[in-house]
Design a protein around this ligand. Sequence first.
Ligand SMILES: Cc1ncc(COP(=O)(O)O)c(C=O)c1O
Length: 378
Amino acid sequence: MEALDNRIQDYIQKRKDDRLYRTLTLSQDLIDFSSNDYLGLSRSAFISQQVENDMRNYRFRKSGSTGSRLLNGNSLLFEEVEQLLAEAHHSEAALIFNSGFDANVGLISTVARTGDIIFYDEFVHASIHQGMRLSGAKLIPFLHNDPDDLENKLKSITGYNAGFLITESVFSMEGDKARLQEIAKLAFRYHLHLIIDEAHATGLFGEKGSGLCNEAGIEIDCFARVYTFGKAVGSHGGVIVGSESLKRYLVNFSKNFIYSTALETHNLLRVKHTYFMLQMDINQPYRLKKLNQYFITQAKLLKERFPVVGDGPIFGIIMPGIEQSVNMSIVLQHHHFDVRAILSPTVPAGTERLRIILHSYNTTEEIDQLIKIIVDNH
Ligand SMILES: Cc1ncc(COP(=O)(O)O)c(C=O)c1O
């Protein structure tokens, strides 16, 4: 019998041999082209102050959580924030999960089951894969952002119970936007339940940051949408929005929801005040959109040497291999730029890349320097 410890060591060694070994690092005080804090809201002194005021004024009985929502973890605050989220995302109901990962797993594994079918974009996030695997449904990937390939597959496959169609709206690694209107039309034509992961669109696109489904006018076509608080919202957690009956169903059957301690008060207050800020519509993403345009123009210098993917604020600069991706990220870090190499299996082997994330607090000078360093060191 194989000893478990040997197996673990073998796996670790293989990762090292493949140059794909991951370690935990501490973020240094570098120029941020890497975090998901697109709008800098995690650093907002105004939001922190509002949270502290609420903590003081309302004298919350507890700041910790104390249990699952179905036991002691629920509160009026939870219900207030869910109401706010449902309104902000133009939906009948909202249900908060402890993370975006949890929301995807808890949703997909609970609504789909054996005998069902799920069509999904080949580049969806690991949490969607996890949920799909647990569901027991038949899984059919379609080529990334290719509604024609999707339609060919839809035409050729029949004989299932419920059908689902799942995509991200802004892709976390490619940085491009899903062709949501075409996707929604196909979902309608083939009677599929449309699920959209809006993690990287939350706070950035659509009216008052309500998402790309809003911008594309397809909110109403979705069975469920997932928004996350760990990216532009600058906090932690996630929410599923959909019908009241979907919410009731998940409260009763989603294991990720039922058997996990609820978010704590501070976290909820942070989400609440950030959404208040988004509702005030002080046009936070405006500066970021200008920087996106600037990067796209300047990236022409890079494109002569490397393929560049993404519409912003996520961009990928595809490197010729693992070694080059890692080395370039180290060079950039030596120049005080926080840029990470993204390796397989997070992206398909052979498409290892530098992932550049723009933030409203980056400057055009920083973008110029970043591009120059990459060009000079390739
Ligand atoms: C597309 C997508 N969905 C879901 C998640 C998971 O969200 P969270 O970080 O809140 O767990 C991520 C996080 O990287 C993501 O990129």
